[in-house]
Write a protein that binds this ligand. Structure first.
Ligand SMILES: [Zn+2]
Length: 266
């Protein structure tokens, strides 16, 4: 084979679609070329140990051959990490779907995106291995890291309206949360005339958001927070992400569906 037509990628499988009789179209996030679609030709015919190397959410080294059309062909594949924990538990796999959905929405095609790739690789490992009770905080940490990498970090340290320092509110008072404004608002600007896009944000929730942006994963997920605060932080992040993406993140609906079906929540 002509070597000039080959290139290597470190890739994580985000989506798979079966095409034709035996082919499998993969959408991967690669460290070297961002989001990429490749064809694993004959993948469904081969009952080899190789088949596992292109499972959903696996990380593999791939040797890719430039195809004649738009889609290049997987020539060789060698698994680096299968994130087995994701395959053994529905809740974990649901979180993994969510993480991949978010990455898919933010990743660009053709551009090298090492930080985003590393976050996804780390994120899948966290989701596969952390204690179940840490999954919600893991998801929040992942969201905030991804938004930061993508250039959309929400403002949580000063008022997003005028940039003035935030004074600590009384226990019965709230800040505002406004995705269009870019994050947290002081009570005055949250209630300013003409401002109708701000929801309420408690001091506890604000502290969680700040902590996520200031600390490392292990320290953040060691936090113990009340269920009400956890669900508040989830809601404000969801509103913010949906605003940034200007569309609904599909797998969130699935997470909610699953939550309704299980008593322990996610
Ligand atoms: Zn303000």
């Amino acid at each position: 084979m002509d070597r000039s037509r080959l290139y290597r990628i470190d890739a994580i499988v985000m989506h798979r679609t079966d095409v034709g009789e035996a082919d499998r179209l993969l959408t991967v996030l690669s460290r070297e070329r961002g989001k990429l679609r490749v064809n694993a030709k004959g993948a469904r015919k081969i009952k080899s140990r190789r088949a596992g190397h292109i499972e959903l959410f696996t990380r593999s080294k791939m040797l890719i051959a430039k195809g004649r059309g738009d889609i290049d062909i997987v020539s060789q594949v060698e698994m680096i990490d299968a994130y087995r924990g994701l395959r053994e538990d529905l809740t974990r796999s649901t979180y993994a779907h969510y993480a991949v959905e978010l990455i898919d929405a933010f990743a660009e095609e053709g551009n090298e995106q090492p930080e985003m790739f590393d976050l996804l690789a780390e994120g899948l490992n966290w989701i596969a291995t952390t204690a179940m009770r840490n999954l919600p905080l893991t998801a929040r940490f992942f969201e905030l890291k991804l938004l930061t990498i993508a250039g959309f970090q929400p403002q949580v340290f000063v008022c997003a309206d005028r940039g003035e320092a935030l004074i600590e509110v009384a226990p019965d008072e709230y800040y505002g949360w406004s995705p269009p404004a870019g994050g947290v608002l002081c009570p005055t600007h949250a209630h300013a005339p003409g401002r109708s896009d701000a929801s309420r944000l408690s001091l506890s929730a604000l502290k969680v958001l700040r902590h996520a942006l200031r600390t490392e994963y292990a320290a953040f997920t060691a936090l113990t927070i009340r269920e009400a605060v956890s669900s508040e932080v989830e809601q404000v992040m969801l509103r913010y992400i949906q605003f940034v993406l200007e569309r609904k993140v599909k797998s969130v609906e699935f997470l909610n569906l699953l939550r309704r079906e299980t008593d322990n929540g996610l």
